[in-house]
Design a protein around this ligand. Structure first.
Ligand code: NAD
Length: 423
């Protein structure tokens, strides 16, 4: 039996596995070397018992997967989502590895999370889940072992609770245990906006390459949380018209352009998009295939599939979410290469982990940079990664996803080869 095939199951891990083998085939990686590259080094599962507001006790399932340790500590987000399982967490950890390696960061990939619906927990319950999850993880994480960050369903506040809980057990403040913290608690300027601004920067690079002027171009963004909302603001700031947005509660479309600041105010007041405007409401299933220049899936995985990939009408597909495009859709998009320019997730949303790396470096040194420095260094790292992906895709006639993954896989492979197999 192949290593890990028994516990890493489900459609999201199947996607990560298929993407890896496609790239391993093009790179000529022999079968005997593949399991060590693909399967996670460690997977931790914990029970997270919590007192609920109604007086009952609930037990949530928590996970952390550390993919490989060849390049340094592991790094990755924490997801709170009702259907989260080990296979999904493992896939996200694998993608994190290729992403960090593509960007030249000294990390292996990790991911973690709790199977819960954060939208249904009170603030006190959310704090209790977060603190108990971190407490259960203390033996397995550390500033030089594994560093957490936010992801779907978590935010700066959750990172502050993680940092505080870890610090209480150490008897001192350890800001460098998590990234994506509020600036007031040792976070860095620019982290909250980093993923969305990075996406907008890379969309700008793609538009330059395609000789598309941003002024008057249109964009649709699926997901209006941290990544989606900041991306919408940053694209609008570059002159694009945001014609469609959605979250898990509502979906709006207006070819004349939506009022992004008004949408932000509504979400700040109500937490979700629902209730904003009856006039512009549209069918969420149709949103991704409406005409636009730039389509940004920035919510969950597997939304672009073999069934809708042929109907996409965008010129640029900027993957803000992790894993939004299935391998079936990739086969369709491969044939539509000259029509749809894909900025693959491990490149497109890498701004988040790049600025998380900057936050970790600043916390370790207790020496902080201003926002302009963070942004300029972010653009440097993303430009280098973008240029490498374009060069590799041109040189080997590869789709952008395969080129990006191949660069990441190669770096991990090189590191584990020179380090050897212990003992
Ligand atoms: P978030 O929890 O802040 O926001 C998620 C948004 O997606 C919410 O608006 C939610 O309503 C919406 N959503 C959920 N299900 C949906 C559905 N079926 N259809 C439409 N909208 C839906 O999460 P986030 O941090 O913005 O993360 C979004 C995606 O970006 C995830 O795939 C995550 O892994 C990825 N990502 C996040 C970061 C980061 O720094 N936060 C970095 C890299 C990648």
């Amino acid at each position: 039996m192949t290593a890990g095939s028994g516990i890493y199951t489900g459609p999201v891990f199947d996607m990560a596995r298929e993407q890896f083998h496609t790239v391993a085939d093009t790179m000529g990686i022999p079968p005997g070397e593949r399991d060590r590259l693909l399967y996670p080094k460690r997977a931790i599962a914990v029970s997270v018992p919590v007192h609920m507001d109604d007086g009952s006790e609930a037990v949530f399932q928590g996970y952390r997967v550390q993919h490989h340790l060849s390049l340094g500590p592991t790094k990755g987000g924490t997801r709170y989502s009702p259907k989260l399982d080990l296979g999904e967490v493992a896939a996200l950890a694998v993608w994190m590895s290729w992403k960090c390696a593509l960007c030249g960061l000294p990390y292996g990939g990790a991911k973690g999370g709790v199977t819960c619906d954060p939208y249904r927990l009170s603030r006190r319950e959310l704090e209790a889940v977060s603190r108990r999850y971190m407490q259960e993880m203390i033996p397995f994480v550390g500033p030089h072992t594994d560093v957490m960050a936010p992801d779907l369903g978590t935010n700066e506040q959750v990172m502050a609770w993680f940092m505080d809980t870890y610090s209480m057990y150490q008897g001192k403040t350890v800001t460098e245990i998590v990234t994506g913290k509020p600036v007031a608690a040792g976070g860095t300027e620019g982290r909250r906006e980093a993923t969305g601004r990075g996406i907008a920067h890379l969309v700008g690079r793609a538009m330059e390459r395609l000789r598309m002027p941003p002024a008057g171009a249109t964009a649709i963004v699926q997901g209006f949380g941290n990544v989606g909302s900041v991306t919408a603001v940053a694209l609008a700031g570059r002159g694009l018209r945001i014609v469609g947005v959605s979250d898990h509660t509502a979906c709006y479309h207006d070819p004349k352009g939506l009022d992004v600041p008004a949408l932000l105010r509504h979400v700040a007041a109500h937490g979700v998009l629902a209730g904003w405007s009856g006039q512009a409401a549209c069918d969420p299933a149709a949103l991704l295939t409406l005409p636009c220049d730039v389509l940004v899936p920035a919510a969950v995985e597997r939304v672009i599939t073999g069934s809708n990939a042929g109907a996409l009408q965008c010129r640029i597909l900027a993957e803000g979410a992790n894993g939004p495009t299935t391998p079936d859709a990739d086969r369709v998009l491969r044939a539509r290469r000259d029509e749809v320019f894909v900025i693959p997730d491990i490149l497109c949303n890498a701004g988040g982990v790049v600025v998380s790396y900057f936050e970790w470096v600043q916390d370790l040194q207790q020496f902080f940079w201003d926002e302009a420095e963070v942004l300029s260094r972010l653009h440097q790292v993303l430009d280098r990664a973008f240029n490498r992906v374009m060069a590799r895709a041109d040189q080997d006639h590869l789709p952008h996803r395969d080129a990006a993954t191949a660069i990441g896989v190669q770096r991990v492979r090189d590191a584990s080869k020179v380090r050897g197999l212990f003992p």
